[in-house]
Design a protein around this ligand. Structure first.
Ligand code: PEP
Ligand code: MN
Length: 348
């Protein structure tokens, strides 16, 4: 942290800053200019907020020299974090594809989607059983029944399952079934939930909040990492802007920015980012071209009958075509789509 004194500061004010720096367990290093002075505060101890220094008498500005997200930062960990999720690695050269319906609706729906997604080259299956709906009167999810169907789909296809957790009370139940916990955009700053997931050792897919900055996303990831859970995947899923032509605006910039700031894997959700089936494949391609480590895509066998997000759900054939295009882009980037196990035979 660097504290710049105002021109015309007094020696007492400078002493006050030096004392405050020491009180935080940091060592002050002073540099004198013609009219001003700079106090560089160095040390192991991390100052969580700059405000106490900003309001000291005689202080002009305070700047960080290290990132406030310590554990997620590339400064602390220059190499990419690569970790296994049942059957494949995330964060390395391979690109992972997570596909499935917005909501688990029935046994046949999820089994059919899982098989089609697997055949098209998906690595993991998504499906919500506790749904964060804007209206309390909309379908809220099948709960445990949905988890049973997802477990059956995993058995059938060998794909790990990615499921959104909305509250701490769902943890005990979900731990028995889920391979990856998804934290939705609306819960990105549910700090109690994040802390609790930090205590588990299951991978967490953390989605960016609707109006969260990149730094806020990284600070949320920090809650999970601080608990000792190192398996965090970040997900850009579009942000709210003034634009109404699409459901959200894909912040494609966030992908290279995040890849520069953090060692954690970064994936893109082109379904929620665009909200329309026609825009999902082009934005999926753009995400991989921008350096994303994977995609999470909504796929439904009959989107016209989906209980949630049908408008943005690809039919299996469209999904398969998209995977082929993404594969070509991945290869251009010197990467590949994570290989899938041969699908298990039905009934095994
Ligand atoms: C979802 O994945 O279905 C979902 C609700 O996503 P988000 O939290 O990004 O809106
Ligand atoms: Mn959805």
């Amino acid at each position: 942290m660097i504290v710049v004194m105002k021109p015309g500061y007094t020696p007492e004010q400078l002493e006050g800053v030096v004392a405050a720096v020491k009180a935080h367990g940091l060592t002050p290093h002073l540099t004198y200019g013609v009219e001003t002075a700079i106090v560089a505060a160095v040390g192991e101890f991390h100052v969580p907020a700059l405000d106490p220094f900003e309001i000291l008498d005689g202080v002009e500005t305070v700047k960080r020299i290290s990132q406030p997200f310590k554990l997620g930062s590339r400064q602390a960990h220059p190499e990419n974090s690569v970790f296994p999720i049942d059957g494949f690695n995330v964060g390395g050269d391979d690109i992972v594809i997570i596909a499935g319906p917005c909501s688990v609706e029935s046994r046949s729906q999820i089994l059919e989607t899982a098989q089609a997604a697997r055949e098209a080259g998906a690595n993991a299956l998504r499906g919500g059983v506790f749904k964060p709906r804007t209206s309390p009167y909309s379908f809220q999810g099948l709960g445990e029944e949905g988890l049973e169907y997802l477990a059956e789909a995993r058995e059938l296809t060998g794909m790990p399952i990615v499921v959104e957790i909305m509250s701490q009370v769902q943890l005990e139940l979900m731990l028995k079934y889920v391979d990856v916990f998804q934290v939705g955009a609306r819960n990105m700053q549910n700090f109690n939930l994040l802390r609790m997931l930090g205590e588990t050792r299951k991978t967490v897919l953390l989605k960016r909040g609707l109006s969260a900055t990149i730094e806020e996303l990284l600070m949320s990831a920090e809650y999970i990492l601080a608990g000792g859970n190192k398996q965090v995947i970040l997900c850009e899923r579009g942000i709210r802007t003034f634009e109404t032509a699409t459901r959200n605006t894909t912040d494609i910039n966030a992908i290279p920015v995040l890849k520069q700031l953090t060692h954690l894997p970064v994936i893109l959700d082109p379904s929620h980012a665009t909200g329309h089936v026609d825009y999902v494949p082009p934005i999926a391609r753009a995400g991989i071209a921008a350096g994303a480590d994977g995609l999470i895509v909504e796929v439904h066998p009959d989107p016209t009958r989906a209980v949630s997000d049908g408008k943005q759900s690809l039919k299996p054939e469209a999904f398969a075509a998209m995977v082929k295009q993404v594969k070509a882009i991945a290869e251009t980037m010197g990467r590949r789509i994570a290989p899938v196990h041969a699908p298990l035979e039905a009934g095994r």
